[in-house]
Design a protein around this ligand. Structure first.
Ligand SMILES: [Zn+2]
Length: 378
């Protein structure tokens, strides 16, 4: 049976990779170091979500490190949870769900069916897998405990450590919101993912820079992946001082956070506002000929070029207004081209304007501000 189960899991994982947006399946791993008779059974009112808060443990083995530490005698006598998630969506059970664990203070522990810790990472892809498993596990545990899949609402349900601190007391931690936020997961998204699961949730565009400064060539003055940058702050997003000298290269950008590399290794995760671009690898739109002149849509910088869509999923056009809230028109398919007459930045994207056959003002996003274009310019 065990072999069969493994086979089943691998099918689930493969399907999960092929169908974007489908919840990723995790395989439960076990660590039996904590004695089973350590505590009695809990009143199953809550499942508690935590994150480690450990900014010194963010590498590829962060999950193993946390589990090894927390399950070692006598460490588990001070604090323990039932599950750990990390290192690319792995899940390790260290105590039987249903039994009392000690992670959220005296007022919540006896009422907690399970408590889940999330190990940190400095890698965006790893985080995405971790987050999917974290949400899925919290939901699964709530299901098993007969607990509502509602996050931080009144009564029984899935709770963050912060909710416990603010509503039950006996503890003062506010995790996991800060860490989730640092990767662009808002409270609202976390809430909705707990309610609905990860599948069926459309990935949101990266958080919009409040005041994107756009260079004359159409590329943002905020850094892009591959850029060489100087770090102008002092601490990384975990509050640790950076001591390696400038410059760095940008390995990954997600919302307000950038992962910096030095000589090819992952070095640090920092806030984008603390970066100054030294040299950029890609202005991805051509130079505008006469900035801010007429002959294009109001507020747009004039520039005429042909844009050909190259992404398989096509690009959603907007009618008589631009931005993510503007009315949707058709979808420009791959290899379709338009001749545009100007561009502007809004909602995290560079938009271009063109006229439809019926005289409508049409707009398409040609790329997210920090990222590659969804087509070619000629
Ligand atoms: Zn916590």
């Amino acid at each position: 049976m065990r072999k069969f189960n493994k086979y089943l899991y691998s099918i689930l994982i493969v399907v999960g990779m092929l169908v974007p947006g489908l919840a990723q399946a995790y395989e439960l791993e076990y660590n039996h170091n904590i004695p089973g008779n350590l505590t009695g059974y809990a009143t199953p009112n809550y499942v508690v979500g935590h994150e480690s808060g450990n900014g010194n443990n963010v590498g590829p083995n962060s999950l193993e490190n946390e589990v090894n530490y927390m399950t070692r005698y006598p460490n588990y006598l001070n604090a323990n949870v039932t599950h750990w998630v990390g290192s690319g969506g792995r899940v390790i059970q260290i105590q039987v769900p249903g039994k009392v664990s000690w992670g959220a203070g005296a007022n919540a522990n006896w009422q907690s069916y399970a408590q889940v810790e999330l190990a940190r990472t400095n890698d965006y892809n790893t985080f995405q897998k971790d987050y999917a498993s974290y949400v899925e596990l919290l939901r699964d545990l709530a299901g098993k405990g007969g607990i509502p899949k509602a996050l931080d609402e009144g009564g029984r349900g899935i709770k963050t450590h912060r909710w416990i601190s603010w509503n039950l007391g006996g503890t003062d931690h506010t995790d996991p919101y800060g860490y989730l936020n640092s990767w662009g997961v808002s409270e609202a998204k976390f809430k909705s993912d707990i309610k609905n699961g990860i599948s069926g949730v459309t990935p949101k565009p990266n958080p919009v820079p409040t005041n994107p400064t756009v260079k004359p060539d159409g590329s943002a003055a905020i850094p892009s992946k591959g850029d060489t940058v100087n770090f102008t702050g002092t601490k990384d997003i975990y509050g640790t001082n950076l001591w390696v000298s400038n410059p760095y290269q940008v390995k990954e950008i997600s919302g307000n956070r950038a992962v910096l590399t030095k000589n090819g290794g992952i070095f640090a995760a920092v806030n984008v506002k603390d970066l100054k671009v030294v040299s950029s690898t890609k202005p991805t739109t051509p130079k505008p000929t006469t900035p801010n002149s007429s002959g294009t849509y109001s507020g747009f910088t004039k520039e005429t070029a042909k844009f050909t869509v190259t992404v398989n999923e096509g690009v959603q056009a907007r009618v008589n207004g631009y931005g993510l809230n503007a009315k949707k028109g058709g979808v420009l398919q791959r290899n379709q081209a338009i001749n545009y007459d100007g561009w502007a930045a809004r909602d995290g994207y560079i938009w271009v304007h063109y006229k439809g056959y019926s005289g409508d003002d049409l707009f398409i996003p040609v790329r997210p501000i920090n990222q590659n274009a969804w087509g070619t310019f000629k």
